[in-house]
Write a protein that binds this ligand. Sequence first.
Ligand code: MF3
Ligand code: CO
Ligand code: CO
Length: 265
Amino acid sequence: MNDSRTTKEGIRIHMPGDSAGMHKAGAVASQILDEVGALVEPGTTTAALDDFITRRIQELGATSATIGYRGYQHASCISVNHVVCHGIPGDKVLKDGDILNIDVTVIVDGWFGDTSRMYVAGRAPIKAQRLLKVTHDALMKGIEVVRPGATFGDIGAAIQSYAEGQRMSVVRDFCGHGIGKVFHAPPNVLHFGRAGKGPVLEEGMFFTIEPMVNLGRPETKVLADDWTAVTRDKSLSAQFEHSIGVTADGCEIFTPSDKFFPDLG
Ligand code: MF3
Ligand code: CO
Ligand code: CO
């Protein structure tokens, strides 16, 4: 019996039973992001948030996918204000109005659950609030087009046209990815592109969509720590990420939460 098929682009087609494992892993990652929200406030350090995440992963019987990944040493990435992604938790103290992305990936029974969302310390300025809303809605517009027969280009085009229509920009330097029993698998899930281009979606594909949207220009640079990516123009950046699976008639979200979008006060 052959239970593992990959497309010509190297994209794995999972078996119907595999989504149960993804739902379990996704639920753990999402629960931890729900819980850490209570700790996000002015005066807290990003290291304190990461310590909590490390402890909860352990208590829930899961494993961190990021500790030891390419030398990364933390259970989360915490990206504040103009940090686009891969912010390293540390002694940075949050202040009123800071916006931050917390990104957690866990392994449960061999399956990877990868999700990130935005938080606000105190109350964010209106422009930052708008960035959060547009980035969240851009992700959901990408998810909405997912069904067998659509293409990865359709996803990128939906996200790009929406974000740019709101006069914001989509980061090109980082993308979503296939996921499953591995952290990062084909394809690269671009958050920009043209409808009809790219691999065709099939039932059983599992991948993330994780658009990063900037208030200013899309260009990024990586700091000397080799991880922290920031906007070149220092403009604010936001990101939301779900792990999803293509179903017979659409998609399923493995990392849902009723707290996914923050209360902006
Ligand atoms: N969770 C990130 C993603 O969405 C990857 C983080 S890798 C790390 O793909 F090493 F920086 F943690
Ligand atoms: Co990801
Ligand atoms: Co992630």
